[in-house]
Design a protein around this ligand. Sequence first.
Ligand code: UD1
Ligand code: CA
Length: 466
Amino acid sequence: MTLEAVILAAGEGTRMRSALPKSLHQIGGAPMLAHILKAAGALNPAKIHLVVARRGGDLVKDAVERGLAARRAEELLGKICWATQESSLGTGHAVMQAMPAVGRESTLLVLYGDTPLLRASTLARLAAVKDGVALLTAELENPDGFGRIVRGAGGEIERIIEHKDADAAQKKIRECNAGCMAAPAKVIADALGGIRPDNAQRELYLTDVVAAAAAAGARITACHPDAIEETIGVNTQADLACAERVFQLEQAREVMARGLCLRDPARFDLRGRFEFGRDCALDINVILEGEISLGARCRIGANSVIRNSSIGDDSVIEANCVLDGAVVGANCVIGPFARLRPRAQLADGARAGNFVEIKNSRVGRGAKANHLSYIGDSEIGAGANIGAGVITCNYDGANKHRSVIGEDVFVGSNSALVAPLRIGDGATIGAGSTITQDVAAADLAVGRARQRAVRGWKRPVKKTGQ
Ligand code: UD1
Ligand code: CA
């Protein structure tokens, strides 16, 4: 039988207390919905029906389309069929919105957009059901808020009772509905025809499909997740944080298994894709976002944030650096407290020390800016030394201009280099200069007032009697 999936993402998400549709809240830097889509997509279903709300539905659609395009997942995108639920009348009602487009001969896997940690391997076992209804259930320590699995005297599943509708005895049941089921589409369609909103929330519950199918003679089977954490359903910000920690710990374990040295796996956050060579080490509280690659033997200091950047072999990022869209060569030393902004390119052996900001600039092999500098829209030749407090004045209030600084140039401390500007190879700029004209190779340029001495100068004396 062909497999189709439906993912429900049309709930109001009231308990999140947020204007953002719930399924767009992020885990590991990607919307929850992207995670569940990825897991469902791994089963290679013929179609994925996405049920979104009238309000906020466009945002969800946009995010999914942009996210899949960025991942070049056109094939998955092509499988998505959108359905709109006009108002949140319950999970059963949400599935009904997708049913007209579901092939009657297919197996239907129903998923919620707020259970981001479900693994494809778990879903595959559930989707392997041949007849009847397969439910994902788990014994939870704290089952509050979950639908409970009610079993008959012979142990067979009779129904799911929602927490809000459960009596005291039913609330003691610890076996819970994790929020996904699989069954032949026909079975679900027939059972949906028999559900009523006669419950505490006045909603059409998908979970009532179980009792209806059981009454019609269908066999109800329970599958269990590979890991209990997969069942986390995100209803509140606290649930979101909890799911995030589980997700990050999983990623931490995975990168350690690939040979990364993490000083503390509980203080590691990866929100994207991460490649690294052998013998790299990350200190605590490093945040990695987007696409990040490290060569071999790199060391990243504590509290650094690295986004969409690549770093070559044997380079060191000291503590408290922010890198965004930077390309760092081999044997570089960055920071502590350095900021590399988009299109900062450092060749092998370059250094950017504390409170140095570099943007849209190429820093040559072995060149150094060790303290308190701004380098923007510049080229710095190999071996150049940029002294403390040097600023490239790249902006005239309207346009940006380039500074081209040759090889082995020495720029004295606290100089302002007013772009557009060219400084030839081997030139020297005296400390404290404001350089507004090009400097020829090997020249010394000094652009500051000459020092003078005032003989017999008397310091002011504090006046008395006032
Ligand atoms: C649901 C289940 C509960 C299960 C739990 C697991 C029902 C009635 N209850 O409860 O048995 O233990 O998940 O996490 O199904 N949605 C819509 N349209 C709606 C209502 C909801 O699309 O009208 C979507 C939501 O966006 C969400 C999902 O369905 O992604 C689940 O809805 P939610 O309100 O979170 O259900 P729970 O109370 O968590
Ligand atoms: Ca939920």
